[in-house]
Design a protein around this ligand. Structure first.
Ligand code: ADP
Ligand code: MG
Length: 233
């Protein structure tokens, strides 16, 4: 369980998050939408414990939040397998345990056959799947995704979102997922937080089967976002 109550974050004199309140329960999947510069990445850093609120309260019972960025951030001089194993070794797993777990998660993202390749040999989508495998191998109870697929084309984004959803269902991890694509977000999330003017507005989503209702909400949020972006100088 995560709870934010009237959270404010300032950079210098400038408030980024002003009065943000919401809760996230174990296993819940919350999508985060908002115009550029609205504080979405700041929110993830806050929840990851990399930043403290300037005022308000943040309580988190999640013990293992893991953050995945827009760029995969792989070590170019280490193999794909090493990229997934090294953080596990740093957590104290034996070489054999780390290798077994890394290979398991590489297989889950359908990359077992490139375990010995170099990151430079991978496509953008493959590299981002390695980053996902590395994150899941760390066994997060809360996965924080910061526009992880936005550099990829729409078909690939969608299939990666599906891979991610399958892995989340397997692990039961909760999710905070920042994306610029409301429709993509609604295929993964079960509720949605719209960040605007430093505050958050929560939308419960229709059941996953009700695609039409979800797409309608996605399109209306998208229209809101577009009008916001247009107003930004
Ligand atoms: P988003 O991810 O929604 O695009 P960010 O959370 O990255 O927004 O940033 C929100 C605002 O805070 C931006 O105006 C950004 O310039 C500012 N900002 C972010 N990080 C810092 C920082 N470390 N120091 C000063 N300003 C920052
Ligand atoms: Mg950002």
């Amino acid at each position: 369980m995560l709870e934010l109550s009237h959270v404010q974050v300032l950079f210098g004199q400038k408030p980024v998050l002003q009065d943000l309140s919401f809760t996230l329960k174990a296993g819940q999947r919350l999508g985060v939408l908002g115009p550029s510069g609205e504080g979405k990445s700041t929110l993830l850093r806050l929840v990851a414990g990399l930043l403290k609120p300037d005022s308000g309260q943040l309580w988190s019972e999640f013990l293992h939040p893991v953050l995945v960025f827009q760029q995969p951030r792989l070590l170019p001089w280490r193999s794909v397998l090493d990229n997934v194993q090294i953080p596990l070794r740093a957590q104290g797993l034996s070489a054999a345990q780390a290798k077994e777990r890394a290979l398991y998660w590489l297989a889950q993202v359908e990359l077992a056959d490139v375990a010995q390749s170099w990151p430079g040999e991978l496509s953008g989508g493959m590299a981002q799947r390695v980053a996902l495998a590395r994150a899941f191998a760390l066994q997060p109870d809360l996965l924080l995704l910061d526009e992880p697929f936005s550099a990829l084309d729409p078909a690939l984004r969608n299939s990666l979102a599906q891979v991610c959803l399958r892995c989340l269902e397997e692990t039961g991890a909760a999710l905070l997922y920042v994306s610029h694509q409301p429709r993509e977000l609604m295929r993964v999330a079960d509720s949605c937080l719209l960040l605007q003017k430093g505050q958050g507005q929560l939308f419960e989503l229709a059941s996953p089967g009700d695609t039409a209702a979800r797409e309608q909400l996605a399109d209306s949020l998208y229209a809101q976002l577009l009008s916001q972006e247009a107003l930004t100088p």
